[in-house]
Design a protein around this ligand. Structure first.
Ligand SMILES: [Zn+2]
Ligand SMILES: [Zn+2]
Ligand SMILES: [Zn+2]
Length: 897
């Protein structure tokens, strides 16, 4: 079938997925290919929804016929043909869903490797007395007994299982019936034929059957072996031997603590996994945290009528505390007490990548120095030759990608999009795959410019072993490094989806029709003019300047916020006084603590101040002692709005119009039509969640989940309603000839025209277009929207709301994620409007254009993780440029002003 395939290229012909307009192009195999274009131009439609989806379809076609039949019904990439496509793997932080139990170690499979190490080589210590738990074989016990001095009289006993609800008296009778004449009850020997008299409410007695009485002498071994067999069977793997005048000896063929007489089940691989019921801490079910019983919740009656995004977002940070049973390690008792090389599994997982790598390397070096005796068992060979080198490779990959500061037990849900993508990237490199096509969505996102070279190196090394690497990217420095660039456009939505340029970075920079060209050109000239800034080593140790007691940022005549000195984990920032009506940018290398400080420090403090004020206005006040360290806020501030990277508002159900709060207006328009009135349809009837209105198959989601265990997150358009979300009766109502399904498929720019007679709806729709979101479809599922787009939708929805009053503090976490340099300008326009209305914007960002546009900058560092968490520099852009300690200042100096 594929004999016409051109060697060395991936041939794409007639791609029409989403807004792609019958796109045909060739991509070089085995090269680093950058895909660029403004937001909505069709980059992800090409890279993810066409290349990757087609690659996945081909893989699934190789599976069994039954799965194939199920898959045939699904909608795949809309493309005439793709030739020469290798097996495809996608790294997309947008669709990479991580559960509450996922950690950095599980994502990178380091946990799985360590699990095998502990399963094979771990030594269990008794959780109660810390002594090593012994386990013997039948023959070892026998050897031990036969070696006793000649003529020793011993009794072999087995503890009778007493946990099966049988009364002690009956149990004794059973023992007698099994042929045992004597037993020991609570340490006293009795005849089993005796009637057992126990006082009322006595604790259940310990019953041990005397299996045999033996005198050690020549030739006793075979008899003893038989009796031992019986005793071990009766005692479920444990037995004891009594000798007059000596303490009891306990033996077990199962794991058994000889001090506490406690038996332990044999470990399994799953004993060391918190994903399994067998391995997870029973108190927190492997989550590591438990919900806090909150002391009386402040009753909050917000003045504003708007919904409370902020409180939800802040509440997510507060409500749980470390599980005290497992100290947050997520693992059960046995896993917490099994040692390997002086550490338990939780001990390893508590280390950060740098520390863990150092520790494993030390162990490896120690092994190399110790002479390898010939009799090493195979499992130790496996450990030394496979597992440990593999663990080192993966840790090393994480370190190279600048993630050395992350602890292995770090919850994956608290990782930023960029950290998540880079940890997957490290895992892929470590797995040493060759001949694949990797599709990556913005691997640079969330990365400080000082660390960009790490991603460059990683992508190059993936390519150099013989893979094709397709990167959707906006970072000019990375695009510059690509072997081949594909630019889509020229516009967004239905105005995009065409090939603008394809070629090397040089030819793209020179192409007059290229949108990214001027940026490439600028960067090239700059690189030629200076030495490469990436190789320059920055001295991160020169940070010893004393911090002032408090810092004032911006004009504070009108309203201002004060924040007390805060310490969140290792992040420490002095007191701040922030004027309203400005953009404050938080910068610093990845892992320096920016997000922690903003999301877990400032925002909860502001929220607390808001709650306190609202409570006081309701006559109740907090104890005055608490207020000493509280933030203060101006009266005009009515809400703290968090717009983070977390998928808040990105649930299955929502779509841009519901997030923007504009769908209600559309419903009213439809309810006012003649047909709707005739049928008695109210505005409520036009909600896709209304039981009588929605499509009965997808329940108003427009999508259904493919039920196959190997594809947990596979969503596909609902066949019944074709993505319209509504049932035919609802779709029959038309306004100006369009059904609600048609409306959901409109782009914002079209909708602004279509509803132009409805001022209340048209005005916000126009606003969305002005802010560069005109290409989005009204009913696009929020999960298919990039995090950057989702943040802009939420920001725009605040401006678009008719009842938008009062001042707010907006906290944004890397809002430029997924933005073309040209789109960043559109975002800055949103900022301008918000600031002009007196709002305060706190923005965590690496993008230099945003940093330049900020009124004030707080630069955290100097390094990542334990080396971070300090305020390095602050003030205006000029202040940072002049500060030799600031990496951000250096990045600003290295860029064109
Ligand atoms: Zn013990
Ligand atoms: Zn726990
Ligand atoms: Zn449906």
């Amino acid at each position: 079938m594929e004999e016409t395939e051109t060697v060395g290229t991936i041939r794409i012909r007639g791609a029409r997925t989403h807004n792609l307009q019958n796109l045909s192009l060739d991509l070089p195999l085995g090269k680093l290919v950058g895909v660029t274009g403004i937001s909505g131009s069709g980059k992800t439609s090409l890279a993810l929804d066409t290349l990757f989806v087609e690659g996945q379809r081909r893989y699934l076609e190789t599976l069994n016929p039954q799965i194939r039949r199920q898959l045939r019904r699904q909608s795949w990439a809309d493309v005439d043909e793709i030739q020469g496509l290798p097996p495809t793997i996608c790294l997309d932080s947008r669709t990479l869903s991580v559960g509450p139990r996922a950690t950095l170690a599980t994502l990178t499979e380091i946990h799985d490797l360590l699990r095998v190490v502990y399963f094979r080589d771990g030594v269990l210590h008794c959780p109660s007395c810390q002594s090593i738990v012994q386990q013997s074989t039948h023959d070892e016990i026998l050897d031990d007994l036969v070696a006793l001095p000649e003529r020793t009289k011993l009794q072999l006993l087995a503890k009778v299982d007493d946990d099966n609800g049988i009364a002690p008296q009956d149990r004794l009778r059973q023992i007698a019936q099994s042929g045992f004449v004597r037993a020991r009850i609570n340490g006293k020997l009795v005849d089993t034929s005796d009637v057992l008299v126990l006082p009322e409410d006595a604790p259940r007695p310990v019953i041990e059957a005397v299996v045999d009485r033996v005198t050690i002498k020549e030739g006793i071994r075979s008899r003893l072996a038989e009796s031992l067999d019986v005793a071990l069977r009766l005692g479920h793997g444990c037995c004891l031997v009594t000798i007059d005048g000596a303490p009891d000896r306990h033996y077990a063929t199962i794991r058994f603590c000889g001090v506490c007489h406690r038996a332990f089940a044999d470990p399994q691989l799953r004993t060391f996994s918190h994903f399994s019921a067998a391995g997870a801490c029973p108190a927190c079910l492997g989550l590591g945290v438990r919900p806090v019983e909150e002391s009386p919740k402040p009753k909050r009656r917000p003045k504003s009528t708007s919904r409370n995004h902020s409180q939800r977002a802040v509440a997510q940070v507060v409500p749980s505390e470390k599980c005290d049973e497992c100290q947050g390690s997520r693992l059960g008792e046995v896993a917490r007490h099994t040692f390997w090389e002086k550490r338990t599994l939780p001990d390893w997982l508590k280390l950060n990548v740098d520390e863990a790598l150092q520790a494993v390397r030390q162990i490896e070096t120690a092994w190399q120095q110790e002479a390898l005796p010939g009799g090493k068992t195979t499992h130790q060979g496996l450990l030394r030759q496979n597992l440990i080198p593999e663990i080192i490779r993966r840790l090393d990959g994480l370190q190279r990608l600048g993630l050395g500061y992350l602890t292995l037990d770090r919850s994956a849900q608290t990782l930023s999009g960029g950290e998540l993508t880079r940890s997957r990237l490290a895992t892929l490199i470590a797995s040493q795959r060759k001949g694949y096509c990797f599709v990556l969505d913005e691997p640079s996102s969330g990365l400080h410019r000082a660390d960009l070279y790490r991603v460059k190196n990683a992508l190059n090394s993936l390519r150099d072993v013989g893979n094709t690497v397709v990167v959707v990217e906006h970072e000019v420095d990375l695009l510059q490094e690509a072997d081949w660039l594909v630019e889509l456009g020229p516009g967004a939505g239905h105005l995009g989806g065409k090939l603008v340029t394809a070629g090397t970075p040089e030819t793209t920079a020179a192409a007059p029709e290229s949108v990214i060209g001027p940026w490439l050109q600028e960067r090239r000239q700059f690189i030629q003019a200076t030495d490469s800034p990436d190789d320059r080593q920055h001295d991160r140790s020169c940070i010893n300047q004393p911090l002032p007691e408090s810092i004032v940022l911006g004009a504070c005549e009108a309203g201002f916020i004060t924040i007390p000195p805060l310490r969140v984990r290792n992040v420490h920032v002095p007191a701040l006084k922030l004027g309203m009506g400005q953009v404050v940018c938080l910068t610093g290398v990845s892992g320096s603590g920016k997000t922690t400080w903003l999301m877990e420090g400032i925002l909860p403090a502001l929220q607390q101040a808001l709650n306190d004020r609202n409570q006081r206005s309701g006559s109740k006040a907090l104890a005055s002692g608490d207020r000493g360290l509280m933030a203060t806020i101006p009266d005009e501030l009515i809400e703290v709005v968090t717009i983070g990277q977390s998928p808040v508002g990105r649930g299955w159900k929502s779509f841009p119009m519901t997030v923007a709060g504009l769908w209600d207006l559309v419903r009213k328009i439809y309810a006012a039509t003649k047909d709707a009135k005739l049928r008695g349809f109210t505005p409520a009837r036009f909600s896709p969640w209304h039981p009588e209105a929605r499509c009965p198959v997808c329940l108003g989601q427009g999508e259904v989940t493919l039920e196959a265990d190997f594809l947990p997150d596979w969503k596909t358009t609902c066949e019944t309603c074709a993505g319209d979300r509504f049932n035919p009766a609802t779709l029959a109502i038309r306004f100006r000839g369009k059904s609600l399904g048609d409306v959901l498929r409109m782009e914002f720019s079209e909708a602004a025209e279509f509803f132009s007679n409805f001022e209340r709806l048209a005005r916000p729709l126009h606003l969305f277009c002005e802010l560069g979101l005109g290409y989005l479809k009204l009913g696009q599922p929020m999960r298919t929207v990039s995090t950057g787009e989702a943040q802009r939708i939420r920001l725009a929805s605040y401006l678009a709301r008719p009842d938008f009053q009062g001042q707010r503090c907006f906290a944004l976490d890397e809002p430029t994620t997924g933005l073309h340099p040209a789109d960043v300008q559109a975002l800055l326009k949103v900022f301008d409007r918000l600031v002009a209305a007196g709002h305060l914007l706190l923005v965590v960002e690496h993008h230099l254009d945003v940093i330049r546009a900020a009124d004030q900058i707080l630069d955290l560092g100097p390094g990542a993780g334990p080396q971070g968490g300090q305020l390095v520099a602050w003030g205006s852009q000029q202040d940072l440029r002049q500060n030799p300690a600031s990496l951000t200042g250096q990045a600003l100096r290295d860029s064109i002003p």
